[in-house]
Design a binder for this molecule. Structure first.
Ligand code: ADP
Ligand code: MG
Length: 461
């Protein structure tokens, strides 16, 4: 006889259990919209199918959290479990796409929007047409931010509010934030969306106060369904702007509208930001984007080249991506490359790329790669460790963490193969390296100290 379990209750229990093992950011990013699709009893074991909202979440859960979920399910079912992840939205979510309080957000994806209307909506919202999800490449440095943005675009006003994205210059914050606006407009070109920079927002308020037209300002901002403010750090230290922003923020959130903000730093690092704003930001979801790894730089380069109708052979893609660190510099480099090709009427070749890389100016600023020994020296110096301590066998955290960080940097900065990293770091095998890279990647997305250590080490290079 088949034992019928209450699957919803079972999954709630499993989730509560998982919450104890992963950080709340990880939980809300990867487990938030999961559910049990089916649960079958086969003799002494169960087969559980777990639904994930996207292909990306499915593959992340499979590679990172398979064991954790399996163990948790087995302990509640008191039997071994075969686990399968599938892409499947929850029934009620597929039907009831958004909060009822904001009917304009209803899912109207079935009718693809009229392109003219859509383009008009994009330009009225002050968004850029090319800054969409299709043109946004994802890898470990931006996957948390991407997953959060993706969740918000599917459930604006209810997934995470506000969504706060921070990170260095030219790393993809504006693009990712705009992609949410793009995606919401794709589903509903009538949604009221507005994109502006912190500076433009400030100018609008100042003008409103000066011309006594603050009511116009309020009409413009408080009726939005989605407000995107880029570089919000700009309003810090400006009292009347922060005051008005605070009320705008509350007015929007209280009716279920979504707010997305970007900044060059974490809210706790923004000086002269009012405490009440900081706490509002921290009540939402804060995610960061760090420097892209080699694979991501290659992907971005390909996307950008394709948009310009340029075909770059793989070996040259590798050569460029190996020498440029941020997405914005990649774009600058491509512009320079296109103009050289047009001016000189020559074909793309290795020499040209080499010359352009050599000539790197401020904008494309091209750095020659450090070597593995440079990285080792930097890690030793940063942590004041001896080589034997760092590369040896001691598992104490003060040695093991720097060791894992070295493996992470060798892999992400120099793109060395796993085996080579292992050999270099005291003859370890590739699974140890894989584990180290994974661990530091996860830590770096939640732990500020690790981020600082990584930056500190890079600065020593
Ligand atoms: P930020 O706002 O962080 O300074 P931007 O969003 O303006 O950076 O990104 C700089 C450039 O790099 C833009 O042209 C953007 O399209 C591109 N870019 C950044 N990240 C990605 C990505 N993951 N995939 C594709 N393009 C990207
Ligand atoms: Mg920006």
């Amino acid at each position: 006889m088949e034992d019928k379990f209450d699957e919803v209750k079972l999954w709630t229990d499993v989730c509560d259990h998982l919450k104890l093992s992963v950080s709340s950011a990880i939980f809300s990013t990867w487990f938030f919209q999961t559910h049990i699709v089916s649960l079958k009893n086969r003799g002494d074991r169960f087969i559980a199918e777990v639904g994930c909202p996207t292909l990306f979440s499915k593959s992340t859960l499979e590679t990172r959290y398979f064991g954790l979920v399996q163990d948790s399910l087995s302990s509640f079912l008191k039997s071994p479990v075969d686990l399968i992840f599938v892409v499947k939205q929850k029934q009620e979510e597929a039907r009831n796409f958004n909060t009822p309080s904001v009917p304009l957000f209803e899912n109207t994806q079935q009718q693809s929007p009229n392109p003219e209307k859509f383009n008009l909506a994009i330009s009225k919202s002050k968004l850029r047409l090319s800054y969409n999800f299709q043109n946004f490449a994802v890898s470990s440095s931006n996957q948390m931010a991407w997953a959060a943005a993706d969740a918000v675009s599917k459930n604006p006003g209810s997934a995470y509010n506000p969504l706060f994205i921070w990170g260095g210059v030219g790393i993809g914050k504006t693009h990712l934030m705009s992609a949410v606006g793009h995606s919401v407009l794709e589903k509903n070109p009538d949604a009221k969306i507005f994109f502006c920079t912190g500076e433009e927002f400030t100018n609008d308020i100042v003008e409103g106060i000066r011309n006594r037209t603050t009511q116009n300002f309020r009409d413009k901002y408080r009726k939005l369904h989605l407000l995107l403010i880029d570089d919000i750090q700009f309003i810090a230290g400006k009292d009347s702007v922060q005051e008005e922003f605070f009320h705008t923020f509350n007015a929007l959130v209280s009716v279920g509208s979504q707010i997305i903000l970007t900044s060059d730093r974490h809210p706790s690092e923004i000086q002269r930001l009012e405490e009440r704003l900081r706490s509002r930001f921290e009540a939402g979801l804060i995610v960061d984007i760090s420097l892209p790894d080699f694979e991501l730089r290659c992907a971005i380069l390909e996307i950008k080249a394709k948009q310009r109708g340029l075909q770059i052979p793989t070996n040259l893609i590798h050569m460029i991506a190996g020498n440029i660190d941020t997405p914005r510099k990649i774009e600058g480099f491509l512009i320079k490359l296109m103009s050289e090709l047009m001016l000189k009427k020559i074909d793309l070749n290795e020499n040209l790329i080499e010359t352009l890389i050599g000539k790197g100016d401020e904008n494309t600023q091209v750095k020659m790669k450090a070597t593995a020994s440079d990285l080792l020296a930097a890690v030793l110096k940063y942590y004041s460790l001896g080589k034997k301590q760092l590369l040896g066998e001691c598992r104490a955290k003060q040695f093991s963490q720097p060791r894992q960080l070295l493996m992470y940097l060798l892999r992400t900065q120099l793109s060395l193969p796993l085996e080579e990293v292992g050999r270099f770091v005291g003859g370890r095998d590739h699974t140890t390296v894989m584990h180290a890279v994974d661990k530091i990647t996860q830590l770096a997305s939640v732990n500020v100290q690790i981020r600082e250590d990584i930056l500190g080490i890079k600065n020593l290079l």
